[in-house]
Design a protein around this ligand. Structure first.
Ligand code: CS2
Ligand code: MN
Length: 356
């Protein structure tokens, strides 16, 4: 298994690559061309520039997170043909640069959703938090009105500004779409790209929906065993696989993640380790990676990986804001310190379970 660390690029991430290289055992930087809009082609020159820069500092570039999917593909519109052709060209260009795994998601309208970015914890650090009732009780129309008024009621960092400018149109476009329809559109997309993935040896790893339950009446495809079974069945190629994110899946108390990882490990190309502390109302706080600090059994999840000779990529996912790190300059959840400590915790688990 190869240890990695997500980095948002020179223009967006204050963490120097030199520091990432100092985290023991970290070989890989998980990267993306963050200025690219969904549906745009990533050119060979742009890819080479980024890859060469990262590699010049002694780090590898095998994993991209994310190449985002244009909404017309998710909606199954005729215009999807052009965006699928662009996606294929991007995959060919990434494969030519040596990229092996692409993480992406297929969530309508939003990437991850939280109600608080700097929720205070007892130890004086802060972490992202989601109060379930606040999300569940918000009607989509109310949400649109809140955005139009510039309301700060919900703080939603994963939501790209370009998409939020179109929130009304997006909600209208997805109005009434069922899980079955969304899955059919997913199948159309994955069937179209898999021959390219197989030919160029580049694997697709879909990220779970976050949170793993319906929000604002939008359907979910990657949130529990039943839906993940259906999702994987749409195309049997091993190039259609998962990013197993323990924080996302861990926010649904019905998910037995040990059982799920054992079942899906052969279709898992990338694993995100994040711990959450889930309470009885379904609210959760993103805590340290240590098993004892939350409700995700990180230690035994790592054991499943070792027992199955997992050969893919792993990274610590969201961490807390600790040690006075400048919360305004780093992306919420993506500071250096707590994620670096997360890696050392994972290294400890991996070493303890690896028999020599
Ligand atoms: C998140 C997501 O859990 C995570 O890793 O930060 O934003 C994730 O990167 C995307 O949903 C994957 O496409
Ligand atoms: Mn994740």
């Amino acid at each position: 298994m190869k240890m990695s660390f997500r980095w948002f690029g020179r223009d967006n991430d204050p963490i120097p690559l030199e520091y990432i290289r100092q985290i023991p055992g970290t070989e890989e930087v998980v990267w993306a061309l963050h200025h690219k809009k969904p549906g745009e082609i990533w050119t060979k020159d742009e890819i080479d520039e980024e890859v060469n820069f990262i590699q010049s500092l002694g780090l590898k570039t095998s994993v991209v997170e994310s190449v985002n999917i244009h909404d017309d593909i998710k909606l199954g519109l005729d215009s999807r043909e052009e965006y699928i052709a662009n996606y294929i060209e991007t995959l060919e260009n990434l494969a030519a640069a040596g990229v092996k795994v692409v993480c992406y998601n297929f969530m309508p309208v939003f990437d991850w959703t939280r109600t608080e970015l700097f929720h205070p914890l007892a130890d004086g650090s802060t972490a992202m938090y989601m109060e379930k009732a606040q999300i569940i009780d918000t009607d989509p129309h109310e949400l649109i009105a809140m955005f139009e008024k510039g309301s700060k009621g919900l703080t939603l960092p994963g939501w790209e500004p370009e998409r939020m400018a179109k929130i009304k149109e997006l909600f209208a476009a997805y109005e009434g779409i069922t899980g079955e329809e969304l899955r059919a559109n997913f199948k159309y997309f994955i069937d179209a790209i898999i021959p390219t993935c197989e030919k160029h040896d580049i694997k697709m790893a879909i990220h779970p929906d976050d949170p793993p339950f319906e929000i604002f009446n939008l359907p979910r495809l990657v949130n529990n065993q039943k839906n993940i079974d259906l999702l994987l069945e749409v195309n049997d190629s091993p190039y259609h696989g998962l990013t197993f994110c323990t924080g996302s899946l861990g926010a649904n108390p019905e998910n037995d993640q040990i059982e799920m990882l054992e079942k899906y490990v052969d279709r898992t190309h990338f694993i995100h380790i994040r711990n959450v502390d889930l309470d009885e109302e379904g609210n959760f706080t993103e805590v340290s990676h240590r098993t004892a600090d939350g409700t995700v059994d990180v230690v035994n999840l790592v054991k499943v990986l070792i027992d199955n000779d997992f050969d893919g990529y792993i990274r610590p996912d969201h961490g807390r804001n600790v040690f006075g790190e400048d919360a305004d300059s780093v992306r919420p959840g993506y500071g250096l310190y707590d994620r670096a400590m997360g890696i050392m915790y994972l290294n400890g688990c991996i070493d303890a379970f690896t028999t020599t």
